[in-house]
Design a protein around this ligand. Structure first.
Ligand SMILES: Cc1cc2nc3c(=O)[nH]c(=O)nc-3n(C[C@H](O)[C@H](O)[C@H](O)COP(=O)(O)OP(=O)(O)OC[C@H]3O[C@@H](n4cnc5c(N)ncnc54)[C@H](O)[C@@H]3O)c2cc1C
Length: 324
């Protein structure tokens, strides 16, 4: 017996602002909430039929949509389930749908006393988005707890499900095989291995991370987190590496880096605005939507920051955010 699932509604001319944590963006020609594989397959066929590009959307917390019309299909894989597979005395494996908000996964971990993902306290977005970008903070990364990831490969004549183990996911700093395969594969679910702890200890660490973010990040404005990746110490020009004022700002997350926020602060761009966008005073690696910003305003500031940091330090900053 097959569970009946009607074809999903494909909406037209959908404003992307409400799907963006930035509250920025034009419209999508087509939009589909995909509540399961059947819906995803339908969406892929639809995009092929119309001969339009397809963009996969998670929580919209790392994407800057452009101001115009996206003449394609935005598909949001709302696959939401969490299952505890194998419960051993010291470890458990948990499988989680790509559309589950990271916050909901952590709520379950805290309730059950499953430890390993506490570093992600306060990390917005979905599990799918976090896997694709190998999200990380406080020295932890998604890759540290991943056993395997299931994805839908839509590249060939016969779309099919693929399951990769951790190595095959090729996780790197804010990177994975799924980033390289953008537009070809959609993350469906992931299996994590976690250890047992007390619910209270797990919740306490999560709360600490949430409080740390609230104190240091400009959460009062719409934003998409850090705009630029931190800079690997190896890539810092030798002349800069010998400067004491720079050396003392090296941090290990997950390897020695110079924080982009430090460089942006040093070139004096804190609080600088362009249109409705502003380099945050609180955390200069955040460009916030201070007042009805458009994508072009953010892009103007991104270009200014890159130019200033290059001029002053000879360091090339690279975006952590995605453009769509
Ligand atoms: C306040 C704030 C703090 C943040 N702090 C951090 C941090 O500490 N560390 C960090 O790493 N990031 C951080 N971020 C960035 C962001 O939250 C993460 O990158 C998050 O994991 C993105 O998930 P998402 O579901 O919102 O993805 P989206 O923004 O929707 O998408 C991001 C990319 O992933 C792709 N994608 C989404 N879902 C899927 C899927 N199922 N299959 C294939 N591709 C998919 C999209 O096409 C897009 O290219 C922060 C953001 C904010 C707003």
């Amino acid at each position: 017996m097959y569970p009946y699932m009607p074809s999903p509604m494909i909406s037209e001319h959908v404003s992307l602002k409400k799907y963006s944590n930035y509250a920025i963006g034009g419209t999508a020609r087509y939009f589909c909430h995909a509540e399961g594989l059947h819906h995803i397959m339908h969406a892929i066929s639809f995009a092929k039929e119309k001969n339009v590009p397809l963009f996969v959307l998670g929580g919209g917390t790392n994407v800057l949509f452009s101001d115009g019309v996206f003449d394609g299909l935005v598909v949001k894989p709302d696959i939401r389930f969490i299952s505890v597979n194998a419960a051993l005395p010291e470890t458990v494996t948990v499988t989680c749908g790509a559309g589950v908000p990271v916050h909901d996964l952590l709520t379950m971990c805290a309730a059950e006393g499953f430890s390993g993902l506490e570093w992600a306290g306060g990390l917005p977005g979905t599990v799918g988005g976090a896997i694709r970008g190998n999200a990380g903070a406080f020295g932890g990364e998604m890759k540290d707890s991943i056993v395997s990831v299931a994805s839908f490969d839509m590249s060939g004549a016969k779309p099919h499900i693929r399951v990769r183990d951790n190595d095959a996911c090729k996780f790197g700093y804010r990177n994975s095989v799924f980033k390289d395969l953008s537009g070809k594969e959609i993350v469906l679910s992931a299996t994590f291995v976690l250890t047992r702890a007390t619910p209270l200890s797990v919740q306490q660490v999560i709360n600490e991370k949430i409080a740390w973010r609230a104190a240091r990040q400009p959460l009062e404005y719409p934003n998409v987190g850090s705009i630029f990746k931190n800079v690997a110490w190896d890539l810092v020009p030798v002349a800069m590496q010998s400067r004491d004022d720079i050396k003392k700002h090296v941090k290990h997350d997950p390897f020695p880096v110079i924080p982009a926020a430090f460089l942006i602060d040093k070139v004096g761009l804190k609080g600088v605005s362009y249109g409705g966008a502003m380099v945050s005073q609180k955390h200069p690696n955040f460009i916030v939507n201070a007042c009805g910003a458009e994508a072009e305003d953010v892009k103007g500031l991104v270009a200014l920051v890159k130019a200033k940091v290059m001029d002053e330090f000879g360091i090339a900053l690279h975006e952590e955010i995605e453009y769509a």
